[in-house]
Design a protein around this ligand. Structure first.
Ligand SMILES: [Zn+2]
Ligand SMILES: [Zn+2]
Length: 255
């Protein structure tokens, strides 16, 4: 069984908990220390419950709070070599463990399969978690869908999927043209339609939990993201979760 919950999701900060048995991992931490503790407590967890922190990439909304939190609570941190070097995280008082972007590894009861994604960072990763039977995929901060992603996420039981923006809202926004191009570009962020396209292209027959994540507060609306995903799956809007910037989302379970 896998359980997962979010402390918050979006460009102002991200952190996800993934749990199997007694193993609880935090993925990214884009919040300050006090805020992280507050959000963990809301989900019934404390730093003592964590086996460590897994990092997707060096952008501040993901890495910002990781090093001070890991140092303070003596937690190991797993990250790619590119993320490590981009973060200049050379510090002898935090247990940093560099991972191979293509090799699975285990932490307690969780098996973690990293995979590279196109995003404007040094060596950005996303992950598929497994307890040996059930799989949970995480896919945010990716400019486009690749065949490798489709292969990995096909037949998955749970998915936290970026729905960063609505293409029309972004095009009509008052963002500078360069920023609009960065977000919509091949190394930017997934828009609602691209996320929905992934669901159409993979085997989604075993999907028990789907959560839209990393929504832009300016260039998206939860209702638009939900509608895009529910239309792609042919399911009810109520079946789709949304990870909020403030609220994240409460524990969900895959069995
Ligand atoms: Zn991000
Ligand atoms: Zn990013």
């Amino acid at each position: 069984m896998i359980r997962f919950a979010s402390l918050g999701s979006g460009s102002a900060g991200n952190a996800l908990l993934v749990e199997s048995g007694a193993t609880c991992l935090m993925v990214d931490c884009g919040f300050g220390q006090r805020e992280t503790l507050r959000r963990l407590a809301r989900l019934g967890r404390s730093p003592d419950d964590l086996a460590g922190i897994l990092v997707t990439h060096e952008h501040g909304d993901h890495l910002g709070g990781v090093i001070p939190f890991a140092r303070r609570h003596a937690l190991p941190v797993w990250l790619s070599h590119g993320t490590f070097s981009a973060a200049k995280a050379v510090t002898n008082d935090v247990d940093l463990r560099i991972i191979d972007s293509h090799a699975s590894f285990a932490v307690g009861a969780l098996e973690i399969r990293p995979y590279p994604v196109p995003h404007d960072a040094r060596e950005p990763l996303q992950f598929v978690f497994s307890d040996g039977k059930i799989r949970l995929g995480l896919l945010t901060d990716a400019g486009e869908i690749t065949r490798h992603m489709r292969d990995l996420l096909s037949g998955i039981e749970g998915l936290v999927l970026e729905c960063n923006h609505d293409a029309d809202m972004l095009a009509a926004s008052n963002y500078p043209a360069s920023l609009r191009q960065r977000i919509a570009g091949r190394f930017g962020h997934l828009e609602n339609g691209a996320a929905a396209g992934l669901l159409r292209e993979i085997d989604a027959s075993r999907l028990q939990q789907l959560v839209a994540a990393h929504l832009s507060e300016q260039n998206n609306r939860p209702s638009l993201a939900v509608k895009a995903l529910s239309t792609a799956l042919g399911c009810s809007d109520q079946d789709i979760g949304v990870a909020g910037q403030e609220a994240g989302f409460d524990w969900r379970q895959l069995a």
